[in-house]
Design a protein around this ligand. Structure first.
Ligand SMILES: Nc1ncnc2c1ncn2[C@@H]1O[C@H](COP(=O)(O)OP(=O)(O)OP(=O)(O)O)[C@@H](O)[C@H]1O
Ligand SMILES: [Mg+2]
Length: 302
């Protein structure tokens, strides 16, 4: 029998990092992602679940097109949370990633005041701040999903800066002070591994390598597109069109979407390929903009 002194207790630090997760289990997360048109393998679903559970950023690496970016978009849809995306590139700096002062607005304000009675602290107040994705995510009232896409494209100095943000979830604007996250955002970073990331960044993240899908999974993913395309065409047939699309159009359209590398419907790829489905100018005109966005949304939600 173990004495009280040798009994292992859960360390306080570990208990603190077990917030409630919006999904009761990995299975539940998988189902929610499937409803959001994303079919992860078990390894990715587990990594996503743990990232939510431990409130730790998740670094996704893998070849191009394996679903890294879409994983973040899908988890946002599954959580019904706002997605804030920071697209990284060479030369990305704080002014484009975090915040910058709105100089034009400051000048206008000074001009409007005429007498030169503008207080400097007024000019460097929240109204004159342009919020870029990182600050937007930290300031958000609700819990958001922050996607830091293609971090390997950013310079190493930016990666070093990011370390601080991901450790403390706070940002200092010298003129305003330190702004701490009200709710920790769920963070997903992606990398195509064009360069190796620093160990210090990796230490702050969970890591998952997304490989190419198995044959069965790839068939399932392609079927998702087929199901969405068929649902969209069914919706079109319910409209008052000169020439409702037939099965031949559906097949042509699926080929056009595949030729463009689409694996799911979105407004952009539907707009680009609609000529495969609708052959009358009037029909194309009547399915523009809002109608089209609505049809895409309901085909995806079917
Ligand atoms: N598991 C999946 N379930 C459903 N769709 C998927 C899955 N994996 C990939 N896709 C689809 O594959 C396409 C490519 O995915 P995505 O853009 O996320 O790839 P990526 O890894 O970010 O590529 P890149 O490195 O080029 O940015 C998207 O249309 C996405 O919806
Ligand atoms: Mg991507």
């Amino acid at each position: 029998m173990s004495s009280p002194a040798t009994r292992v207790k859960t360390p306080v630090a570990l208990r603190r990092y077990a917030p409630s997760v919006p999904f009761a289990s990995i299975d539940e997360l998988e189902s929610a992602l499937a409803r959001a048109s994303y079919l992860p393998d078990r390894g990715l679903a587990t990594a996503l679940y743990l990232s939510l559970k431990l409130e730790k950023p998740l670094l996704l690496e893998g070849e191009a097109g394996v679903g890294k970016t879409e994983a973040a978009k899908a988890i946002a849809r599954a959580l019904d949370a706002r997605l804030i995306r920071l697209q990284c590139y060479e030369g990305l700096d704080v002014a484009h990633a975090v915040y910058e002062w709105n100089y034009a607005r400051q000048l206008l304000h000074i001009r409007a005041a005429q007498e030169g009675t503008v207080d400097e602290s007024e000019l460097f107040g929240p109204d004159f701040l342009i919020r870029r994705p990182l600050l937007e995510a930290i300031e958000a009232e609700e819990r958001v999903v922050l996607l830091i896409d293609e971090i390997d494209r950013a310079d190493e100095e930016f990666e070093a800066f990011l370390l601080e943000v991901l450790s403390d979830f706070q940002i200092t604007v010298p003129e305003l002070g330190t702004i701490a996250a009200k709710q920790r955002p769920y963070v997903i970073l992606t990398s195509n591994r064009t360069r190796e990331l620093h160990d210090a960044l990796k230490r702050r993240c969970l890591f998952h390598w997304i490989g190419h899908p198995s044959l069965e999974r790839e068939i399932d993913i392609v079927k998702l597109l087929a199901a969405e395309a068929a649902a969209f065409v069914a919706e079109l047939r319910a409209l008052d069109l000169q020439k409702p699309p037939g099965l031949a159009e559906t097949i042509d359209w699926a080929q056009a979407l595949t030729a463009l590398g689409s694996q799911e419907l979105d407004v952009e790829n539907v707009q680009a390929t609609l000529g495969s489905v609708l052959k009358y100018h009037e029909d194309l005109l009547s399915v523009r903009d809002e109608t089209l966005a609505g049809l895409v949304a309901s085909a995806r939600a079917r």
